[in-house]
Design a protein around this ligand. Structure first.
Ligand code: NAG
Ligand code: NAG
Ligand code: NAG
Ligand code: NAG
Ligand code: NAG
Length: 360
């Protein structure tokens, strides 16, 4: 019996305790909400915000406190607007407060960001010329007098293409100067393209922030090594009495210069001529390997030309033989016609005796 009594009393006590806690919670731990939940205001500008405590019960009044427009306590209301004007403080903390019927208070700071677009965005002139041979080059972006730095996004562009985007961390609400760098490597196609950077403030995903501010742009000068138009080595045959042109045309920036070499140094040939163009036209007499090197400030490339003498194979001899035989036959027939028409020559008396094998 005693035990049951004790249990009953204890349970009553706990039920009472829970009720007290719950009641207290409902009275004073309700949330104050702001509309919009985040406020962005340009330095020197103005903004409005709404404090909403309609979820709280037993409210006696509501009010705003700030150095740029307060309201004082407004009784009998649970939501209230404030108009913040001419905000000129980087660290401002407007507060909304509610007073309950039991005279207790609750306050909440408005999340506010005071911002300022940069005074100036600039890009120092990058290294020029750049080489398209794998090096990395620095592109710097200087942003002057911007706040807050942790909302700043810097974007680099190369010929309308975004190459990098960077933002800052930290909590400094004051205006700062920022100097950020990225690296870029270039290819031949980048010659003549423009580079620049842009600074913008990421104020809200929903609202449109202020438009980005752009630096001046710089035109890239890109040096790239010569590329042969016909990169494969060539094998050519000498034909007697005919000139051959060796073509070593290459594209590069700056315009490549060409130098020609003959494999055999005892051969004077082209060395006398000082050929500096992409085409070597010669009446080649000696077979061997000729090479051409196209080079510029970014590099060089070499192409080889194998010049061969035609091989004296049986086909060639047969062709020569056939030509002579045909010639012999023509002379023989011509001679026969000539003799018949005039009748003064005979085959036996003639000085000229064509044979069926032709002249030797
Ligand atoms: C930013 O740079 C400007 C110009 O160089 C200078 O006058 C100003 O004091 C700098 N501001 C800060 C916060 O360093
Ligand atoms: C802008 O800020 C929002 C919220 O802080 C973030 O979610 C978003 O990724 C940011 N946008 C960029 C481009 O950094
Ligand atoms: C051309 O010939 C040179 C020398 O024989 C050789 O080193 C090179 O690889 C060749 N290039 C091509 C594209 O065949
Ligand atoms: C050399 O080759 C290039 C590329 O194939 C061609 O444009 C040029 O006309 C050629 N030059 C000669 C003289 O054959
Ligand atoms: C070869 O050309 C170079 C540059 O054009 C010149 O300085 C040099 O005198 C020339 N040499 C001969 C032998 O013509």
């Amino acid at each position: 019996m005693k035990m049951q009594q004790w249990l009953k009393t204890t349970m009553r006590f706990f039920v009472f305790l829970i009720f007290i806690l719950w009641a207290g919670k409902s009275a004073h731990s309700c949330e104050i909400e702001f509309h919009p939940p985040l406020v962005f205001v340009e330095f020197g500008g103005s903004a409005t915000a709404n404090c909403d405590a309609s979820l709280c019960s037993n409210i006696a009044g509501i009010g705003w406190e700030s150095s740029f427009g307060g309201t004082g306590l407004v009784e009998g209301q649970s939501t209230l607007n404030v108009n913040l004007q001419n905000v000129k403080e980087w660290n401002t903390k407007p507060q909304c407060y509610i007073v309950f019927s039991d005279d207790t208070q609750k306050t909440k700071n408005l999340p506010i960001t005071v911002y300022k677009m940069p005074k100036k965005v600039s890009m120092p002139k990058p290294i020029s010329p750049m080489k398209a041979t794998g090096e990395y080059y620095i592109l710097q972006c200087d942003v002057e007098d911007v706040a807050p730095a942790n909302r700043l996004i810097i974007t680099w562009y190369k010929g309308n293409e975004m190459i990098y985007e960077q933002n800052r961390k930290g909590h400094n609400p004051l205006p700062v100067n920022e100097s950020l760098q990225t690296t870029v490597n270039v290819v031949a196609e980048d010659h003549g393209k423009k580079v620049w950077c842009e600074a913008r403030l990421n104020l809200s995903s929903a609202e449109q922030g202020p438009p980005p501010m752009r630096s001046e742009s710089h035109v890239l000068t890109v040096y790239y090594p010569p590329t042969l138009t016909e990169p494969t080595n060539e094998t050519l045959e000498i034909s007697f009495g005919k000139t051959i042109s060796l073509n070593c045309s290459a594209t590069g920036n700056p315009t490549p210069v060409y130098s020609w070499h003959f494999a055999d140094p005892t051969q004077e040939g082209i060395q006398k001529q000082n050929v500096t163009g992409p085409i070597l036209t010669e009446n080649f007499r000696v077979s061997g390997v000729y090479s051409c090197t196209a080079s510029n400030a970014a590099g060089g490339t070499t192409k080889y030309f194998n010049i061969n003498k035609p091989s004296r194979n049986w086909t060639t001899i047969a062709v020569i033989l056939a030509v002579f035989l045909t010639l012999g036959a023509v002379l023989f027939i011509g001679g026969a016609i000539f003799v018949t028409k005039n009748g003064t020559f005979s085959f036996h008396r003639g000085i000229y005796r064509p044979t069926s094998t032709g002249p030797k």
